[in-house]
Design a binder for this molecule. Structure first.
Ligand SMILES: C[S@@+](CC[C@H](N)C(=O)[O-])C[C@H]1O[C@@H](n2cnc3c(N)ncnc32)[C@H](O)[C@@H]1O
Length: 267
């Protein structure tokens, strides 16, 4: 399948110009809008993979492997990786599940998708994959058309997360899987304090050395304002998903949530 890269919708401002006090529904609690998020990832797209490996001491590869190991076998199935970024999950899914007919990777950052597409070409997988500039808040796919959907380190960046979860509930087939890999704020134990220190003080400094200051200052803030594991579970359930399994990494700082779409309509 050929690449379907399109121009992203108006990238009209940069993160530097964000008003942190804005509370409008089109921005996060940090005052960041979707075009700002897209522009930020466009700017760091060429260094994203390198920094991911560096800042997580290559643990990100292990966490994504766990996610891929949960993908069910579906002959002729459709796989959606939303907020696919530079495509690591979709590339691994395509390699490990050749029985699927359709692999779709979506993101609001064209810069990230361009890197993903280049990697797919280098791996000889590009014919099997479709890349689309698309928001997790308005998934341009038919209802109940996806056998397995995933979002890794992406949901935290989505401005209207509830709207996005409703969209996932709409597009995933009854009985289909929805896999979320994300950072959370660990709440107890000495390791959680160590992690908090690393995340808030060390990581932004390292990120700043290799990339732009704002992107790696934004990361810990976006985690701090994300769902708690309990709230995410409740939200998934309210949309019609049943949470079947949760795996903690790094003392709960990173979590893989496997949920299955029920047969009932989402609220
Ligand atoms: C931290 S990266 C994660 C990329 C990849 N999934 C991974 O595991 O490395 C977050 C990605 O989410 C994308 N993103 C943010 N908001 C989005 C939205 N509303 N819809 C789709 N993608 C979004 C960003 O452009 C970025 O590529």
């Amino acid at each position: 399948m050929s690449s379907l890269l399109q121009e992203p919708s108006s990238i009209d401002s940069s993160i530097e110009s964000s008003s942190l006090s804005s509370t409008t529904s089109s921005t996060t609690s940090m005052g960041i809008s979707e075009p700002m998020v897209a522009a930020m990832f466009d700017r760091i797209s060429d260094r994203y993979d390198f920094l991911n490996r560096l800042l997580s001491a290559r643990q990100d590869l292990r966490w994504r492997k766990f996610l891929v190991s949960m993908i069910p076998t579906r002959k002729g199935g459709t796989y959606l990786d939303m907020a696919t970024g530079t495509g690591d999950v979709l590339l691994a899914a395509t390699k490990s599940h050749p029985e699927y007919a359709t692999f779709i990777g979506c993101d609001i950052s064209k810069g990230m998708l361009d890197v993903a597409h280049k990697k797919a070409v280098a791996m000889g997988l590009s014919e099997r994959m479709t890349w689309e500039v698309m928001s997790a808040e308005t998934i341009a796919l038919e209802s109940q058309s996806v056998d397995c959907a995933s979002i890794s380190f992406g949901l935290r960046n989505v401005v209207n997360k509830e709207k996005s979860l409703t969209e996932f509930a709409r597009v995933v087939k009854p009985g289909g899987l929805f896999l979320i890999l994300e950072f959370f704020t660990p709440t107890s134990g000495i390791m959680s304090r160590v992690f908090q220190y690393y995340f808030h003080h060390v990581l932004p400094k390292i990120g700043r050395l290799f990339s732009e200051k704002e992107a790696y200052a934004y990361l810990p803030k976006s985690v701090a304002s994300f769902y708690s594991p309990t709230d995410l579970r409740a939200s998934l359930q309210s949309k019609g998903f049943t949470v079947e399994k949760e795996i903690n990494f790094l003392f709960g700082a990173c979590r893989l949530v496997k949920s299955r779409r029920g047969n009932f309509q989402s609220k």
